[in-house]
Design a protein around this ligand. Structure first.
Ligand SMILES: C[S@@+](CC[C@H](N)C(=O)[O-])C[C@H]1O[C@@H](n2cnc3c(N)ncnc32)[C@H](O)[C@@H]1O
Length: 335
């Protein structure tokens, strides 16, 4: 809306019904719509037939995907948008549908968010989304995190000088994506994934698949309660910042500082707010989602994270975009 113009309801309507966009995207993935287009079912008729959808449902979902810019017409043919073609076509090696479905278990609860927000009583110190996770749940969870974590791990390895590092601990390391990428890029590096017991079992599978079981171990550790190894000169903690509140994250940062070898580096890569806490929306919404899990979690700002580093005793503290709009990196060195 232009500055000074009379407000209209356009933006509010879009936000109020944004769930329809999620529904259309996820249904299209579930139906295999993008995969069928990539495989050549590129007219409305052939696509509806390939998806086995009766009229007018085939037309409805195709038109919705066109309206959302997920697909477009090119010379009478339907084609996928570039991000859809890369990440939502089964045959792509970058297929990341599991990550798109990662938050779907929360779907119904978002419709009851006001009730969750009104819930009385203090938050739980553990995070209900992972506290009692079974191996089967951890498999689903980390098939999803790995779909994007592998790329994030490679980005970390590419953008970080790890040449002097010998042993890395990955706090809440999940699938081991960061350790795997870092060890692949640095043949001298060894690593340990610290995560909940069921997650470690799943991580070991991915580590074995990468043929790195001789250099990466997965050790059960609740980072809120257990001690960290004291033989590491590199620590990473990625994509779990909004899962816990301020004193818990500050405590983990302090424990990390104290456990690292002198000169060791810590990289916390998280969904953080800008210093003025006015965005980005993605970090704010990850924090809001924690209401559903009754946890202490919330959106931390990059300035707050930097203050945890400072209080812990880290030096050379730096804050930078890791994936703009999604992840921020705060790093520091133990003096
Ligand atoms: C979104 S995943 C991120 C995984 C990995 N760091 C990555 O970026 O791919 C969050 C991870 O934090 C772990 N986590 C959460 N709370 C934890 C705790 N108290 N102790 C250990 N790990 C925890 C979860 O089990 C999960 O593996």
């Amino acid at each position: 809306m232009a500055e000074g113009a009379r407000p209209d309801t356009v933006r509010l309507q879009r936000l109020a019904r944004a769930y329809r966009e999620s529904g259309a995207l996820l249904a299209a993935v579930e139906l295999g719509l993008f995969t069928e287009i990539a495989r050549g079912a590129d007219t409305e008729e052939t696509l509806a037939a390939a998806l086995d959808l009766e009229p007018p449902n085939g037309e409805r979902i195709v038109v919705a995907c066109l309206g959302l810019g997920l697909i477009r017409r090119e010379g009478g043919k339907l084609v996928n948008a570039p991000d859809v073609e890369r990440f939502l076509v089964v045959d792509s090696r970058h297929y990341a549908a599991s990550w798109m479905f990662f938050t779907r278990p929360d779907w119904n609860e978002w419709g009851q968010l006001a009730d969750h927000l009104r819930r009385p009583g203090p938050p739980l110190e553990e995070n209900a989304s992972v506290a009692d996770i079974t191996v089967e749940e951890a498999r689903r969870y980390h098939e999803a995190t790995r779909a994007v974590g592998a790329g994030a791990g490679r980005h970390f390895a590419r953008t970080t000088d790890l040449s002097g590092s010998t042993r890395m601990m990955d706090i809440g390391g999940g699938s081991g994506a960061y350790c795997i990428a870092a060890c692949r890029a640095n043949p001298e590096l060894r690593a340990v994934v610290l995560d909940l017991p069921a997650v470690c079992e799943v991580a070991r599978g991915y580590i074995a698949e990468a043929d790195l079981s001789d250099r990466i171990e997965a050790v059960p550790c609740d980072f809120n309660q257990d001690d960290f190894p004291t033989d590491c000169d590199l620590a990473v903690m990625a994509s779990n910042l909004p899962m816990y509140g301020r004193w818990q994250i500050a405590w983990v940062v302090k424990k990390t500082h104290d456990a690292l070898l002198p000169g060791g580096e810590f990289h916390l890569i998280g969904e953080a707010l800008a210093p003025d806490r006015s965005g980005p929306a993605d970090a704010a919404l990850w924090g809001l989602a924690q209401t559903l899990h009754a946890s202490t979690g919330l959106a931390h700002s990059s300035a707050e994270v930097a203050s945890y580093f400072e209080a812990a005793g880290f030096r050379d503290i730096a804050v930078e975009d890791f994936l703009p709009g999604i992840l921020v990196r705060v790093s520091g060195r133990k003096g």
